[in-house]
Write a protein that binds this ligand. Structure first.
Ligand code: HEM
Length: 333
């Protein structure tokens, strides 16, 4: 979808009378798409995941004005706790049945999640009137699965399963994986400290027993605490993924305190450690503020409306690129 968005922006930019080269067109469109993606992530997605308090505490919500939180001392690299466990919370949001919606709003074709694996043609080929637009329409209105400790069948029992001769990988039967087991195993491969250590790191709370009380798993409901007790011998054995996925959600958030902390810290580092983050007032790369990014950016992209006007608006106040930026091979008017 964002690849299409990129090409759409390139087409719009071509209409702006500037001495474009194909490299410049590519870079400028990439700059705009990156900014849109960052805006959607910090303005629309993260508030849903983290809730208002954590967003405020970590200064993650974009402001109307420029924001210069950049620091050359912030390390923007991805941490293991985030990639191997915390951000995989998203696996619980995945739905088992996907659909395509026609232009008139009617559902066209339901597909099981497992029928997508290794089958790009289900997205790309037009069938029964459906295609990428159909998926985009569905994504706009379809609801995600509940954020909880359970995964849908396609991820838990049928991940990458393929049982007929047309299986793309090797043309043979492939057994299924269980994504939650993979996530836990991957944490062990990476040598992640246990959940109790991460919880202490994030909340200063000690976890001494499996009980859901002040000395124990106080961020868990009794049922989830009991399940962990039945699974692990000692509280310090609890894997980060299992412990985090079973925490009670923070108000207005999709995750509990430990995952919220790890996700917020990571996105804060991505932003503060990025010299080219889109809302910086950098004299060379800054976007003009104002109507550049509205709060419905995601909806707009999902609807795939023509954007020539919007794009023109985005760049109309920008100066033409300098000779230096155009590069030695560039054509000038
Ligand atoms: C149909 C949807 C999805 C499928 C089939 C899927 C599948 C997978 C698989 C197979 C892995 C590698 C597991 C391993 O061997 O360690 C993985 C990694 C990961 N997934 Fe998903 N995933 C899906 C959606 C999501 C969503 C919605 C999120 C977050 C919002 C997410 C976050 C991650 C992260 C952070 C990793 C680790 C990436 C890395 O370390 O480089 N995934 N996923």
């Amino acid at each position: 979808m964002f690849m299409r968005r990129h090409n759409q922006i390139v087409d719009a930019l071509k209409d702006v009378p500037l001495p474009w080269t194909s490299e410049l067109l590519y870079q400028e469109a990439k700059r705009i798409v990156t900014a849109e993606l960052q805006h959607i992530t910090y303005n629309e997605f993260l508030p849903r995941v983290l809730g208002p308090t954590i967003m405020r505490q970590h200064g993650l919500k974009p402001t109307k004005l420029y924001n210069d939180s950049y620091s050359g001392f912030v390390d923007p690299r991805t941490t293991s706790g985030f990639s191997v466990a915390a951000y995989r919370f998203g696996h619980s949001l995945v739905r088992n049945i996907h659909n395509q919606i026609g232009p008139g709003g009617k559902p066209i074709k339901e597909l099981l999640l497992q029928d997508h694996f290794d089958r790009l043609d289900t997205h790309m080929k037009k069938f029964a009137g459906g295609n990428t637009e159909g998926f985009a329409r569905w994504m706009k209105i379809g609801r995600n699965s509940k954020a909880d400790r359970t995964f849908v069948d396609g991820l838990q029992n049928n991940l990458f399963r393929c049982e007929n001769s047309s299986c793309p990988r090797g043309g043979g039967v492939t057994k299924a994986f269980d994504l939650s087991a993979l996530n836990i195993q991957r944490g062990r491969d990476h040598g992640l400290p246990s959940y109790t250590k991460w919880r202490y790191f994030c909340t200063d709370k000690m976890t001494l027993t499996f009980k859901s009380n002040a000395l124990g798993l106080s961020d868990h409901n009794p049922l989830e605490a009991k399940i962990l007790e039945n699974t692990y011998k000692h509280v310090d054995d609890i894997d980060l993924f299992s412990g985090g996925m079973t925490e009670k959600r923070l108000p207005g958030a999709l995750v509990g305190p430990t995952f919220a902390c790890l996700i917020a810290k990571q996105f804060s580092n991505y932003k503060r450690g990025d010299r080219f983050f889109y809302d910086r007032p950098d004299p060379v790369m800054a976007f003009t503020r104002g109507n550049n990014f509205d709060t419905n950016e995601l909806k707009k992209i999902l609807t795939i409306i023509p954007t020539a006007l919007t794009i023109e608006h985005k760049i109309q106040h920008r100066r033409p690129p300098s000779k230096l930026e155009l590069g030695p091979g560039a054509q000038e008017e």
